[in-house]
Design a protein around this ligand. Structure first.
Ligand code: SF4
Length: 343
């Protein structure tokens, strides 16, 4: 029987209180799960380089006493992160070149990414932005206006993607102001929100936030980031239901991660459970070759083997697209189950 660390309280605290009480050390994480360090090789240096941040609502989805828990492995700082491995670099997607001005990454035609927050509610150890220069992209209100001017001045931009960090780290009032400003730009038709916050703290989807999105003239989608079906909680399902009621399209992107979800049964279950929760599987990413995360990389051959099996098991609408993001390419590279690629 799966014993989880803690059941969710009936009276839920506000999401910012949950965030404030997040776990910030690997030792504390292990203590909460009754685990010893010996087999897990936690590293204080890794935690210094990229801090530990794990909300207790996410901890509650982990299995007590299981050192291989797929959620724990995503957030535990381990010794492998400190190894230098050839080919794993600090900016694997070449985002520095596309960082056209503070707060904006403009890589693809017709859409751009606004960096609206410089932190997340969870620090995922494999994150491709774990070395991103957030200090240079810390955005004041004035810089927000400069970012919005950039969008205003380019009429080819029909979609604005809010990213970060995590854009839902903004308070509701700030987030709503931003939506107001984007909505006032006539050529913008779509708003996309990339967020892992509703997964780790589902209470982030407040009635105010949902109401503002419901009232928007923009076609709005939210791309969640869920790697394992254990991350789908009843509270997340409630948050998703609120968003769907607000007219938001819910999609999911996962990263294929060694030890977390690199087997066909796990990915099949993930797709099926996502769909049951009202979320469409969208992308399955090959891991970006970021320094400090080589131990999560399955390599392309294993990814393809798993994907071919997944292709055989799932109907098309449940099959996420296997993709790789590559520096300098005009879009994601789509990897087909016969090992051909479309860039
Ligand atoms: S939530 Fe996303 S951006 Fe933030 S640490 Fe995790 S993978 Fe990186």
């Amino acid at each position: 029987m799966r014993i989880i660390a803690r059941t969710a309280p009936i009276e839920q605290p506000h999401w910012q209180e949950i965030l404030a009480s997040a776990i910030r050390s690997g030792d504390e994480l292990l203590r909460q799960l009754n685990l010893q360090d010996a087999s897990l090789n936690i590293s204080h240096q890794a935690a210094k380089d990229f801090p530990v941040l794990v909300p207790r609502t996410y901890l509650a989805r982990m299995e007590v006493g299981n050192p291989l828990d797929p959620l724990l492995l995503q957030v535990l700082p381990r010794q492998q992160e400190t190894e230098q491995v050839s080919g794993y670099i600090t900016d694997p997607l070449g985002e520095a070149d596309a960082n056209v001005q503070p707060g904006i990454i403009h890589k693809y035609d017709g859409r751009l990414l606004l960096i609206t927050a410089t932190g997340c509610a969870v620090n995922c150890r494999y994150c491709f932005r774990r070395h991103f220069d957030y200090a240079d992209n810390r955005i004041s209100r004035r810089q927000w206006n400069a970012s919005l001017d950039y969008v205003r001045n380019d009429s080819s931009i029909s979609e604005v993607i809010l990213s970060g960090g995590d854009p839902l780290m903004l308070k509701d009032s700030q987030f709503i102001d931003l939506v107001d400003a984007i909505e006032a730009i006539p050529h913008v038709r779509r708003l996309r929100i990339h967020s892992r916050l509703p997964v780790v703290i589902p209470q982030r989807i407040t009635p105010e936030l949902a109401a503002r999105l419901a009232a928007s003239r923009l076609s709005t989608s939210m791309v969640l980031h869920i790697n394992h079906s254990h991350e789908i909680s009843p509270a997340l399902e409630m948050a998703v239901a609120q968003l769907k009621q607000a007219g938001v399209t819910l999609l999911n992107q996962s990263v294929l991660l060694n030890g977390v979800n690199n087997d066909v049964d796990t990915l099949q279950q993930l797709s099926e459970n996502l769909f049951d929760a009202g979320i469409l599987p969208y992308y399955l990413h090959l891991m970006d070759e970021v320094q400090g995360a080589h131990h999560f990389d399955t390599g392309k051959q294993q990814a393809l083997q798993i994907y071919q099996q997944l292709h055989a098991r799932l109907p098309g609408y449940l099959l996420p697209r296997l993709v790789k993001e590559q520096a300098g390419k005009a879009g994601k590279t789509l990897i087909l189950s016969n090992n051909s690629e479309i860039s």
